[in-house]
Ligand binder design. Sequence first.
Ligand code: NAD
Length: 425
Amino acid sequence: MKKITVAVIGGGNRAQTYTGIMRKIPEQYQVVAVAEPVYNKREFIQRKHKIPDEMCFETWEDLLAQGKIADLCMITTMDRLRLGPAMKAIELGYHLMLEKPIASTLEECKMITEAAEKKGVKVILCTVLRYTGLFKKVKDLIDDGLIGDVMSINHEEGVGDVHQTHSYVRGNWGNVKKSADMLVQKSCHDIDIIQWLIDKKCKSVQSYGALTYFTKKNAPEGSPYRCIEGTCPIGDTCPYNAVNLYMPDNSYWMRSTASGVFECEDEHVEKALRETQYGVCVFKCDNDVVDHQTVNMLFEDDITVTFTMNAFNKGGRHMHIMGTKGELRFATEGDTIINHYDFITKKDYVIEYNAKGGITGAHGGGDDGIVQAIYEELNGCYEGKSIPTIRESYYNHVITFAIEDARKNGTVIDFEKYYDEVENK
Ligand SMILES: NC(=O)c1ccc[n+]([C@@H]2O[C@H](COP(=O)([O-])OP(=O)(O)OC[C@H]3O[C@@H](n4cnc5c(N)ncnc54)[C@H](O)[C@@H]3O)[C@@H](O)[C@H]2O)c1
């Protein structure tokens, strides 16, 4: 099989993860170019992959001005910086490994989808849950008829209180104008996985949700703007005291994101706590995305779905799938089993699955899984079910945008009508 050459646009956290996986399989991948404005991030990828200076660029424009210099263009810029690089890379004939969401507005998602279809290139979205051992197994169990016809799914995405404050209060995804609505940027994974498992058209959606807790009205009286000022009356007991969360060397991901430095030291982290929003009281940030949201969905054949995204938990996903012959229950954190109850035998069964990459790390194996799947796909020998067409990814994004419209307008949305209207715009 052919080795896949890769040009990276946006050398941040996600790029670091994916290129780190590619580095371990040099017979399959070679990273040949990088565009990243921040020197230490660009230099990190350059050094690790021995990329010559002339293949390292500060911006996506500079990299793509070289024409098509690799088989695959990995676009891992932030949500609001998708359209430009994606459209240009498609025009040049690149296949794309595109981070989710496709883009932060529906119009931009549509433009990328249509351009890719017209050009005939593959745009593989990094909805990595599809590539985990867990969800691949669940998909097979459903397709094999183990629980009969799916009637209902109850799915919960526990974002986790610390993750919520890190990414969706203090961090890059807290503000809609910087990123997108919470379900679009975060839970597009979940809506995608639900539709993929059901494999039917969506008929109708409805949603409630709000930002209620991480707001200025809940700031403790007398609390300083920055936790590091050390004068907060609840500083010792606050679970979100930035000094306690970031200064101990517990989470490389949180510390490197906050400092913006790969291989960061304490001094970089402390600087971030003094100068960036990562050091600001969680009740005084510029966040406006919801901290809890529920969704009701109706699919073809009267299949009903409830989905909840919520900040107020330790974190992890839980799913309960109910069919005409049995039910499946599982969690994405901790367990490595799927619980099955069968209506005919009236017995409980435990189904094990391949949790390669660990159940909690690297998105439950999904990050490794997508890298492997793309290698096979671009070599024409992929036999799995996980890779969607860009049209499928787009369809599930349109559902997500409809959910957000339903929440904001307090309406129930006829999804077939909504999709037709978007298509005919
Ligand atoms: N699939 C998943 O499970 C998953 C998980 C986390 C994040 N994401 C998504 O991945 C994307 C990237 O997230 P991240 O955490 O890596 O963010 P990041 O900020 O670490 O990385 C983005 C990088 O883009 C760079 N950049 C900015 N302007 C640029 C330009 N003009 N040209 C080239 N590069 C430029 C930034 O300097 C930054 O290093 C986001 O859209 C996020 O929503 C997906």
